[in-house]
Ligand binder design. Structure first.
Ligand SMILES: NC(=O)c1ccc[n+]([C@@H]2O[C@H](COP(=O)([O-])OP(=O)(O)OC[C@H]3O[C@@H](n4cnc5c(N)ncnc54)[C@H](OP(=O)(O)O)[C@@H]3O)[C@@H](O)[C@H]2O)c1
Length: 234
């Protein structure tokens, strides 16, 4: 029997991250469900585990370098492998009529969670992946970070999703030929707390392309941006 793959999904306690966790675990992959709130993570993982899925909760606040370092030390030491990293956790702060200084603070806070955390996780994950010459990194981006779709408003969120796309490109270039595939995904407009109830997509549909990228075959693409399993422009 093939060895069981191990995935980390950040922000796995609700929304698209919870659904990605459910779908990956449904494929027999052991999911470490990251949640910044330990109790909410245990509750979410418990529901999936009760349905017979291989899921375990782990406290992981992606805005904290300390929390990320502790989690990845545990992975290196106690788990011993990491095959898949899904950088799903993200925030979109309502900007309203914030003044420029408040706006700058929102940008800092958003970059911390949506870009710097995923960057550090990727940096710590790739040596573990390299040791087995297998890795899949999936970064949850958005059409709002796409240069060709760029519009007014949401400057913090747009900067962060443009930023995560750069993380995708750089880490993909640095890991080329090592069995590690790194891609960005736009899940579309999804009915979650962030997307709102008026969104056009279910969480199942929103998770689908991320799960596909997390389980690409060895000859799959790297350094690209996808929506509905098709490449889109940056
Ligand atoms: N929904 C959409 O239409 C849409 C469209 C394009 C892209 N996306 C992207 O898809 C991803 C998931 O979005 P979603 O719609 O599922 O959002 P959501 O329903 O608001 O859920 C966000 C998740 O991220 C977690 N999170 C936030 N800050 C965190 C931190 N510092 N550390 C760890 N976890 C943290 C939240 O945890 P708590 O429960 O603790 O708050 C929650 O689990 C995001 O990256 C988002 O930008 C969403």
């Amino acid at each position: 029997m093939a060895e069981q793959r191990i995935a980390i999904v950040t922000g796995g306690n609700r929304g698209i991250g919870l659904e990605i966790s459910r779908q990956l675990a449904g494929l027999g992959i052991k999911v470490i469900l990251g949640s910044r709130d330990a109790a909410r993570g245990v509750a979410a993982a418990g529901e999936l585990a009760a349905a017979g899925l291989p899921v375990e909760a782990r406290q992981l606040d992606v805005s904290s370098a300390k929390s990320i370092s502790e989690c990845m030390s545990w992975v290196r030491r106690d788990v011993g492998r990491l095959d898949i990293l899904v950088n799903n956790a993200g925030i979109m702060i309502e900007e309203g009529d914030a003044d420029p200084l408040e706006e700058l603070e929102m940008i800092r806070e958003t970059m911390q969670t949506n870009v710097y955390g995923p960057f550090l996780l990727s940096r710590l994950a790739t040596p573990i992946m390299k040791s087995r010459r297998y890795g899949r990194i999936v970064n949850l981006s958005s059409g709002m970070g796409s240069l060709i779709e760029m519009g007014a408003g949401y400057i913090a969120y747009r900067l962060s999703k443009g930023g995560i796309n750069i993380v995708t490109r750089v880490i993909a270039a640095e890991t080329e030929g090592m069995g590690i595939l790194v891609n960005s995904v736009d899940p579309g407009w999804v009915r979650t707390a962030m997307g709102g109830q008026g969104a056009t997509r279910s969480v199942e549909k929103g998770a689908e392309t991320a799960v596909w990228l997390a389980t690409l075959p060895d000859n799959g693409p790297t350094g690209s941006f996808f929506r509905d399993r098709k490449p889109i422009a940056w």
